[in-house]
Ligand binder design. Structure first.
Ligand SMILES: NC(=O)c1ccc[n+]([C@@H]2O[C@H](COP(=O)([O-])OP(=O)(O)OC[C@H]3O[C@@H](n4cnc5c(N)ncnc54)[C@H](O)[C@@H]3O)[C@@H](O)[C@H]2O)c1
Length: 443
């Protein structure tokens, strides 16, 4: 029997199904094929088949009958009647991950995230390539990353970053020359930050339950207050002054609002809160509010609230249960999500994803919200949860939601059990011990 590939070169399941049925020469054979079809292994392969380059060989030759071995291959041999062999060889989907552990505790939590990722990568493969860019690199080379750094990272499927920053390098250099260069360079205009309380961890708010804190922050990530435009004049003189511009474009504001509305629409509560400050910022935030109304007309099913950012900060503490999806500018959301991390129980818990959902100028980047924490670096006590949660966001975004769910279930199981905790959560376990517990749950 000759297999004819689909026009795309990747056989659809329907095509494979009909080929298999045509091959059956008895009811027993048909039953056997149907069994394979119902198996969990086949369902897992379904996803692989959709994305992978596939080769199908079907024949009655002894060579083919022997050939059905190895990962991603399935063989059907008839229980009765004339035996036949059907071998499907599917290349495993492989994702290339660029690892930038960065500085401080970034170098301690990212290796644990890699161990967890290697444990969950069963139906797909991950390859990792290390980039030792950051403040140590800066002290040697005079820059945070090579001039062609963005070109080097571009072919990867994702970037997993630890944290950037060290007292030896001014923060405005380390942040701008690496982190912001990647975010702006690839136009990763969405910074997604889930704020949830994991089982076993009480939110540090009086009279609030873990269910009361469940927000998804959508941070504008490509312009606004972090555009880096401005200057200083008459440095060092009594007349010195500094100008720091904030740039808000219709395109930039519209697309982040639209993304936030889409996120709100997909969640059960369908609520969107926007952070403004239009009473004081009479140009940028007035435009932001106008566009909120304009874009909102396309989402009549989403309930919208507009809060001044200071009042929103207070609301996160007094009435967190009223907040679902929150959209805010680059600076506002940066500040509010550190408060979000505190509401989760520690900054060591907050995860984030930098995405461009509409175009690919480079790979998406995934990073914990926290910084390099120089006060605890080198002691092996940093909380790895933010990095592991970030790894889950990455696998989900790569198209492996069941791997992401497995990581999150294991995390929830370990925090829920309450035995293993790092110092920020009142325990005395190490970074590695927490990751060991998660890996034990995954095994
Ligand atoms: N995305 C990033 O790379 C990023 C983000 C924020 C700050 N920074 C940089 O990090 C450096 C330190 O900044 P900072 O002190 O303002 O913020 P930070 O997040 O590094 O630390 C704030 C506090 O939270 C604690 N903390 C943070 N992460 C923790 C973890 N995983 N486990 C346990 N405790 C944790 C720290 O010990 C510290 O007390 C600076 O150079 C700053 O520019 C980088």
């Amino acid at each position: 029997m000759t297999w004819t590939a689909s026009p795309s070169g990747i056989p659809s399941l329907l095509e494979m199904h009909s080929t298999w049925l045509k091959m059956c020469r008895s009811i027993a054979e048909l039953n056997e094929v149907t069994q394979i079809y119902r198996s969990a292994a086949w369902r897992r392969m379904d996803r692989v088949v959709r994305y992978a380059e596939s080769t199908i060989r079907t024949a009655n030759s002894p060579a083919s009958r022997r050939g059905a071995k190895g990962r991603g291959e399935r063989r059907a041999t008839a229980a009765s009647g004339r035996p036949f062999a059907c071998t499907i060889t599917v290349a495993m989907k492989t994702y290339r991950i660029a690892l930038l552990p960065g500085d401080g505790i970034g170098k301690e939590v990212i290796p644990q995230a890699v161990r967890v990722l290697e444990t969950v990568a069963q139906d797909f493969q991950l390859t990792f390539e290390h980039f030792e860019w950051g403040c140590e690199y800066y002290l040697r080379a005079g820059r945070m990353m090579p001039d062609d750094g963005l070109d080097q990272l571009r072919p990867f499927d994702a970037i997993l970053l630890g944290a950037i920053g060290h007292p030896t390098v001014p923060d405005h250099i380390s942040l701008r020359d690496l982190l912001l260069r990647i975010r702006f360079g690839y136009d990763l205009y969405v910074n997604l930050r889930p704020i949830e309380v994991l089982p076993g961890l009480d939110p540090p708010l009086r009279n609030k339950t873990p269910q009361d804190v469940n927000m998804l922050f959508v941070r504008e990530n490509s312009e606004g207050e972090y555009c880096g435009m401005g200057g200083r004049f008459k440095r060092g003189t009594p007349d010195e002054f500094a100008i720091q511009h904030a740039v808000f474009t219709r395109k930039g504001v519209e697309r982040i609002l639209r993304y936030a509305f889409e996120q709100a629409r997909q969640r059960p509560r369908k609520r969107l809160a926007s952070a403004t400050k239009s009473n004081a910022l009479n140009y940028s935030m007035v435009m932001w509010d106008e566009l909120l109304k304009e874009v909102g007309r396309d989402y009549p099913d989403v309930a919208v609230s507009n809060y001044h950012v200071d009042a929103l900060a207070a609301r996160m503490v007094t009435h967190p249960e009223t907040l679902d999806v929150v959209v805010a500018s680059n600076l506002f959301a940066d500040i509010l999500t550190d408060l979000g991390g505190a509401l989760q129980g520690s900054l060591g818990l907050a995860a984030s994803a930098n995405l461009n959902p509409t175009a690919r100028l480079g790979p998406p980047m995934f990073e914990p919200v926290h910084g390099s924490a120089p006060d605890i670096e080198g002691r092996g006590v940093a909380n790895p949860i933010a990095a592991l949660w970030t790894a889950a966001l990455m696998t989900e975004h790569l198209g492996e939601p069941s791997a992401a769910e497995r990581i999150m279930s294991a995390l929830r199981a370990v925090t829920g059990e309450g035995r293993i905790r790092t110092a920020d959560l009142g325990g005395n376990n190490t970074t590695r011990e927490f990751a060991d517990a998660v890996i034990a749950r995954l095994a």
